[in-house]
Write a protein that binds this ligand. Structure first.
Ligand code: ATP
Ligand code: MG
Length: 476
C-alpha cells in the first residue's frame, strides 16, 4: 500500500500566501517610492510652469515699474491661494523681496543666509527645509527673473511636502485595493485549481493505490472531458483489463487442471483395477488401449500448452522466408491422406497460379493450415468434400479452408479462439481435442500482423479464411 504523506496543497497555499506578502511588500516599498517620485516631479513641473509665468510676466512688469508693489503682492497672494503654495521673489543676494504670506517691508528685508541658486544642482526643484527656513519639508521650485538677459532674481514657490504625501497616500490606497482584488482573484483561481485538479488527482491516486492492492472494482467517479477525465478513464480501463487478465489466468489454471485431472483419474482407475484383478488379464488389452489414448491426449495437451506459451512471450521471433503457399498446402494435405481414406473425405484444391509466393514463417503457417484441416476433417461427416482455396486481392493472399461439417453455433463463434474452448456439438465427436488448436492458430496469424476470420452455419459447414502478404519480386 502506498501512502501519501505529503500533498501538493500546502505548497500551493504557501505559494499563494507568498504571492500576497510579496505583493504587499512591493506595493508598500517600490510602488510607493516610485509613485512619490512621480507625484513630486509632476507637481514640480506644474509649479515650474507657474513660476516661469510669474517670472516672465508679473515680475518683469513689477521690475519695469509697470505695476505697483501692492498690485504685485495682491496677484501673488491670489496665486498663493490657487496653488496652495508660498510664492517668493528673491534677489540674487538672497533677500526675500516679496513673500506672498507676509506684508512686505522694503526697509527690513528678510535675508536667507547662504542662499546660492547653485544649490539646486541643475534641477529646477528640490525638497527639504530650504536653508532651515521651514519647520516642515517643502517642495521648492524656482524660475529666474531675467530682464535684458540678466538674472535679476528668482521666483521661488514652496509647497509643503505633506500635501503631496497625502495625495500620494490616496493613490497608494488604490494600489492596495487593486492588490487585494488581485489576491482574491488568485484565491478564486486557487479554488478552481483545487476542485479541477487537486481533488481529482487525489481520487486518482487513491484509486491507483486500491488497484495496486488488487481491489480492481474501486470506482473513480471523475467524468470530466479534460486530461484528468481522460487519465481517470484510462486508469479504470487499465484496472478492468488487469481484472479480466487475472480472471483469465484463474480460468486458465482451472481449465488446465481439469483437462489433466480427468484423463489421469481414468488412467489411475484402470491401472488399479488391473492390479487388483478387477479387470481380468484377458480383458486388459482393451483397457490398456484406453490408457494409451488418454496418455496420448495428455501428451498433446502438454505439447499444445508449451507451444502456446512460446507464442505468448512478447515479440515471438518469426523465421520469415519466401515460399510457395500452394506447395505448402499440397504438402500439408498429403499428411492427412490416411485418415481421409478411412473417412472417405476428399479434398478440392482451388489454387491461384502455378506458384503463389508469400513472405512468412513457413513452419508456423504450415501449423495453421494443419490445425484448420485437422478441424475440418474432425467435424465433417463421412463422404464429404473439404475445399482449400487461395485467392489474391489487394496485394494479399487469402487462404480459405471450407468444410461441409457440423458447423459452429452462433453463440460459440466468438469463443472458439479461446484456449480450451470446445463447442457442445464437438465434444461428442472429438474426445481427443484439447481446444488449443485455434488458439495457436490465432497467435500465429496475429504475430504475422495478419487476420483470420470464420464463417459458419450450424449443420451446414464452416469456412476459415486468413490473410498473408503477397510476395512481389522487384521487376528490375
Ligand atoms: P485440438 O485442436 O487441440 O485437437 P479442438 O480441435 O477441439 O482441439 P480447436 O481447434 O481450438 O480445438 O477448436 C475449438 C472448437 O471450435 C472445437 O472444439 C469445435 O467445437 C470448434 N470448431 C473448430 N473448427 C471447426 C469446424 N471446422 N467445424 C465445426 N466446429 C469447429
Ligand atoms: Mg483443432
Amino acid at each position: 500500500m502506498i501512502c501519501m504523506k505529503k500533498t501538493i496543497y500546502p505548497k500551493l497555499f504557501l505559494g499563494y500566501l507568498l504571492f500576497g506578502i510579496l505583493g504587499f511588500v512591493v506595493v508598500s516599498t517600490i510602488t510607493s517610492h516610485l509613485m512619490l517620485d512621480y507625484v513630486k516631479s509632476k507637481e514640480a513641473s506644474n509649479l515650474y510652469k507657474e513660476a516661469n509665468l510669474i517670472a516672465s510676466d508679473y515680475a518683469v512688469s513689477y521690475y519695469s515699474n509697470n505695476i505697483t508693489l501692492t498690485d504685485f503682492e495682491d496677484r501673488l497672494k491670489a496665486l498663493d491661494v490657487y496653488l496652495a503654495s508660498q510664492i517668493w521673489v528673491v534677489d540674487t543676494g538672497g533677500d526675500i523681496l516679496v513673500n506672498s504670506r507676509k506684508k512686505t517691508d522694503l526697509f527690513n528685508l528678510e535675508n536667507i543666509s547662504d542662499f546660492n541658486i547653485g544649490d539646486f544642482q541643475h534641477k529646477y526643484y528640490q525638497t527639504g527645509y530650504f536653508y532651515k527656513y521651514f519647520e516642515d519639508e517643502q517642495l521648492s521650485v524656482y524660475a529666474p527673473i531675467s530682464i535684458n538677459y540678466k538674472v535679476k532674481g528668482y521666483i521661488i514657490i514652496h509647497k509643503p511636502l505633506h500635501m503631496l504625501l497625502s495625495y500620494n497616500n490616496g493613490i497608494i490606497k488604490i494600489a492596495y485595493l487593486t492588490l487585494l482584488i488581485l489576491f482574491l482573484c488568485a484565491f478564486v483561481l486557487l479554488a478552481i485549481f483545487t476542485y479541477t485538479i487537486i481533488l481529482p488527482v487525489k481520487k486518482i491516486a487513491k484509486a491507483a493505490s486500491e488497484y495496486a492492492s488488487g481491489k480492481f472494482d474501486h470506482p473513480v467517479d471523475i467524468h470530466t472531458n479534460d486530461e484528468i477525465g481522460y487519465l481517470a478513464a484510462s486508469l479504470t480501463y487499465m484496472a478492468n483489463e488487469l481484472n479480466t487478465l487475472e480472471e483469465d489466468q484463474r480460468k486458465f489454471v482451472s481449465n488446465v487442471s481439469h483437462d489433466f485431472r480427468s484423463p489421469l483419474t481414468s488412467v489411475k482407475g484402470y491401472v488399479e483395477a488391473m492390479l487388483d484383478g478387477t479387470i481380468p488379464v484377458e480383458n486388459q488389452e482393451k483397457y490398456l488401449k484406453i490408457i494409451l489414448f488418454e496418455t496420448e491426449r495428455l501428451n498433446k495437451l502438454t505439447a499444445g500448452l508449451l507451444e502456446l506459451n512460446q507464442y505468448n512471450l512478447r515479440g515471438t521471433l518469426l523465421d520469415i522466408s519466401t515460399f510457395d503457399i500452394n506447395n505448402t498446402i499440397k504438402l500439408t494435405v498429403q499428411t492427412f491422406e490416411g485418415i481421409c481414406k478411412n473417412k472417405r473425405i476428399t479434398f478440392e484444391l482451388i489454387l491461384t497460379g502455378q506458384t503463389l509466393f508469400t513472405c512468412a514463417d513457413m513452419g508456423k503457417i504450415q501449423r495453421v493450415i494443419y490445425n484448420l484441416i485437422d478441424n475440418a476433417i474432425k467435424f465433417s461427416h463421412s463422404d464429404s468434400v473439404i475445399t482449400i482455396e487461395t485467392t489474391v486481392k489487394n496485394e494479399k493472399i487469402f487462404v480459405a479452408v471450407k468444410d461441409k461439417g457440423i458447423g459452429i453455433p452462433k453463440e460459440s463463434l466468438g469463443k472458439i479462439w479461446e484456449r480450451f474452448y470446445k463447442t457442445d456439438l464437438s465434444r461428442g465427436k472429438d474426445k481427443k481435442g484439447t481446444g488449443l488448436g485455434l488458439a495457436i492458430v490465432k497467435e500465429i496469424i496475429q504475430s504475422h500482423k495478419e487476420n483470420i476470420n470464420v464463417i459458419s452455419t450450424e449443420g451446414v459447414g464452416t469456412e476459415f479464411i486468413f490473410s498473408l502478404p503477397l510476395y512481389q519480386p522487384e521487376d528490375d
